[in-house]
Design a protein around this ligand. Structure first.
Ligand SMILES: Nc1ncnc2c1ncn2[C@@H]1O[C@H](COP(=O)(O)OP(=O)(O)OP(=O)(O)O)[C@@H](O)[C@H]1O
Ligand SMILES: [Mg+2]
Length: 288
């Protein structure tokens, strides 16, 4: 008899024809409103420009702002909830969005993923496994603040991108997030983006300060992915309901996002694949 975990691994493997190629990137922050959704969407578009197949997974149902950032209002009709219920195939839930990317609404606000029934868990694993057919990169945009779901997405991801602004409160909350990650996995490699900086110098200073503190008090490593300059076109693009990477391809903010993508490409290790993501996801969510 196969035990529960073994059964789930088997389901994930069977539904994952592209294992090893799909990279899962979780974008997170301590404080809300620091630029997660804008980075997720525009980074996805930047990857799509390179010819990569990208899915953005909106794990913040409360505000579900990925679709808003992409000008898709109302958002997708179906979301992860319908997949969990067995009513929809995840490939039908993935919706085409501007910039050649796809988005999936996570319905995370209404489900605690660690408390799924056996049937729902099977549907979740099957669904995520199938995503590898349409995505080389999955970018998960998490909601603000710490919850079991958010932490599971962080701990299971191949890459964790922690974003903050130079504001002391945002930096303090980013440190709080590092502490929470450290408690579960003290070797997790977290990558830092400083958003809304006035100059590269300002960004560098914050990175130095943050890496020092994290190294000293948590003995953890953080790698800098770079900075996004404060840029008025970010707000403008939001009002125009188009991602800035599409409406302002030569802007400061778009160039910064391309740099972040390049750095991420250079420093990332081989992705471990969807099967591993699912395995880690449930290992952590069960333990929380
Ligand atoms: N580089 C930037 N330059 C200027 N304004 C910016 C920049 N980045 C973000 N903003 C502003 O910050 C706001 C919040 O950004 P965003 O929605 O991406 O944050 P978030 O972290 O996803 O928020 P939440 O925690 O609510 O999900 C944007 O609406 C925009 O006005
Ligand atoms: Mg957001």
């Amino acid at each position: 008899m196969l035990d529960q975990a073994e059964k789930l691994r088997k389901i994930a493997k069977e539904n994952n024809k592209n294992n090893g190629l799909t990279r899962v990137i979780t974008v997170t922050s301590g404080k809300g409103g620091v630029g997660k959704t804008n980075l997720s969407v525009n980074l996805a578009i930047s990857y799509a420009k390179m010819g990569k197949r990208v899915v953005v997974f909106d794990a913040d149902l409360g505000l579900s702002n990925v679709n808003v950032a992409l000008g898709l209002i109302p958002g997708p009709k179906y979301n992860l909830y319908h997949v969990l219920k067995g009513q929809k195939n995840i490939l039908d839930v993935a919706t085409d969005a501007p910039g050649g990317i796809k988005i999936i609404s996570g319905a995370i606000g209404i489900v605690e993923l660690s408390n799924l029934s056996e049937e729902q868990r099977k549907n979740f694993v099957e669904g995520i496994g199938k995503l590898s057919e349409i995505a080389e990169i999955i970018i998960i945009d998490t909601g603000a603040g710490l919850s079991a779901n958010v932490l599971s997405f962080i701990l299971a991801a191949d890459e964790v991108v922690l974003i903050t602004t130079p504001e002391p409160t945002a930096i303090a909350d980013a440190y709080g997030m590092m502490k929470a990650i450290y408690k579960e996995d003290d070797e997790k490699n977290v990558k830092l983006v400083i958003n809304r900086v006035d100059s590269i110098m300002e960004g560098k200073k914050i990175v130095d300060h943050f890496t020092n503190i994290v190294g000293q008090f948590l003995n953890m490593k953080v790698e800098s992915l770079g900075y996004i300059l404060e840029d008025a076109i970010v707000g403008k693009a939001i009002r125009q309901r188009r991602p800035f990477a599409l409406n302002y391809p030569n802007s400061k903010a778009t160039n910064c996002v391309h740099h972040i993508r390049n750095k991420l490409e250079n420093v990332s290790e081989e992705p471990k694949g969807i099967t591993n993501f699912i395995k880690s996801f449930f290992r952590y969510s069960v333990n929380l």
